[in-house]
Design a protein around this ligand. Structure first.
Ligand code: SF4
Length: 448
């Protein structure tokens, strides 16, 4: 159980030196207990106390890492039930299922899709992260060979799926250094799978047929010194799985119940045979509260919406995604190239810059800092009006880079054109399209 503020206080030096950023050890203890401070902020805490306090400073849902290097996937680490309370921390991993009974062509096709189905959006690369290799054949050698192929042909993290510890061990022979997730330890094989997890320092999933069963298994694993645990409540109906997810998250957070304080793994691939229904089920668990979501396959039409949903839910709701203010050169502009201006909401920037790129017309794009607000919102908030745009146009010296002095403003702020002509007497103000999709046609017709 996590320690209370008073219990934490008893372990602190009690010198009230203030080096942790708050005036007293008691205040620091209270912050630590409520997750508002981190232990390393106090440089004077003893090693003995540190060990005890680690429990108190850990998030209610412990983080688990699958894989190694820059493609390692971190899940869990969550501290809130609802995104608006603070933010969700680590997006769920999306996994594709590969069975060791699939023929070689099918395995190759799936691995190829893993590499191809990646998308650029608002400056981020959206892609899934995991391959779940399932032993359906019962043959350790066959399993090992498919795991080996996955390892050689993708940079994805691996989930080894078998209830047989010998078969898991066969998979580990070829990918242990990639720290795969072992799925799954059950009542029947717990000790041997726990040994494999410890020997190879791998995370391990536990599967039970009830939450009570899960608690018993996680207690045994934590007693054995294993903390990298992922939970499978065993349910395969949408309703029961949903209830389990909410119960697990709420019990870990609100009741501070450590045995359920781990990320979960969900199997929409085992809940339906209909691919679109599977995507809808997966989308539900992106929001609540999947740690890993295993899909029967990846197809662009269902994967892309899931990736976008995941990105949106796991951004910080208190901080809009913003692009740096400045002049952006697109398609190698020169002194005759058009000059456009937009706001610095990242989505706006990437849509506008993408459409300019598509037009193949060399252009200058001015991005004004509007505190991450879109054009219309910024304009309505008084952050994208003539008296704010004009000083920026002067200060950024775009006038030195072009001969024509024509500025294209977004169609949505056409009302600012008069004010801008007054503020920028050397410039001709042109009202551009309202929608990004109309930019290419507009630019192709543009004359300096
Ligand atoms: Fe107390 Fe440590 Fe903070 Fe100093 S830095 S006030 S000793 S908790």
């Amino acid at each position: 159980m996590p320690l209370t503020g008073i219990e934490i206080f008893k372990l602190l030096p009690k010198t009230n030196c203030g080096e942790c950023g708050v005036p007293t050890c008691l205040a620091f203890a209270m912050n630590l207990a409520s997750g508002k401070a981190v232990l390393i902020a106090c440089p004077h805490v003893s090693e003995e106390a540190k060990a005890k306090l680690e429990e108190a400073s850990a998030p209610p849902i412990l983080p688990v890492t699958i894989g190694v290097g820059d493609k390692a996937l971190k899940i869990g680490g969550e501290t809130v039930m609802f995104r608006h309370e603070k933010r969700f921390e680590n997006p769920p991993g999306l996994a594709i299922l590969i069975s060791d009974t699939m023929d070689e062509a099918e395995v190759n096709a799936r691995l190829e899709r893993c590499q191809q189905l990646q998308y650029q959006r608002v400056g981020l690369t959206l892609r899934p992260e995991l391959v779940a290799v399932k032993n359906d054949s019962g043959d350790a050698q066959k399993f090992e060979s498919v795991v080996s192929k996955v390892k050689q042909n993708s940079d994805y993290g691996i989930i080894l799926m078998s209830s047989n510890p010998d078969i898991l061990a066969a998979g580990l022979k070829v990918c242990a250094n990639g720290k795969p997730l072992l799925y799954a330890a059950t009542e029947d094989n717990l000790d041997r799978v726990a040994d494999l997890a410890k020997e190879n320092s791998c995370p391990v999933a536990v599967k039970a047929s009830s939450l009570e069963g899960l608690v018993q298994l996680t207690n045994k694993l934590t007693e054995a010194g294993i903390k990298n645990i992922v939970l499978d409540s065993g349910s395969r109906t949408v309703r029961q799985t949903f209830e389990d997810q909410v119960t697990i998250r709420s019990t870990a957070l609100n009741k501070k119940f450590r045995p359920l304080g781990f990320p979960t793994i969900i199997f929409p691939c085992e809940m339906t045979d209909d691919p679109m229904k599977e995507a809808v089920i997966a989308s539900m668990f992106v929001a609540k509260y999947g740690g890993i979501i295993v899909l029967s396959d990846f197809q662009g039409e269902s994967l892309f919406p899931l990736l976008v949903e995941r990105m949106n839910i796991y951004t910080d709701p208190q901080r809009p995604l913003a692009t740096a203010e400045g002049i952006y050169e697109i398609n190698n502009p020169d002194e005759n190239s058009p000059v456009l201006i937009t706001s610095n909401f990242s989505l706006t920037y990437f849509i506008v810059s993408g459409e300019i790129e598509n037009s193949k017309v060399s252009s200058w794009l001015l991005v004004k800092d509007t505190e991450g607000l879109s054009v219309m919102t910024a304009w309505a908030a008084g952050k994208f009006s003539a008296d704010i745009i004009a000083p920026f146009v002067k200060k950024c010296s775009i006038g030195d880079k072009v001969k024509h002095h024509k500025l294209v403003i977004p169609g949505y702020i056409a009302a600012e054109s008069g004010g801008l002509e007054e503020e920028l007497p050397d410039w001709e103000i042109l009202v551009g399209p309202r929608e990004g999709a109309h930019i290419p046609a507009y630019l192709k017709a543009w004359k300096p």
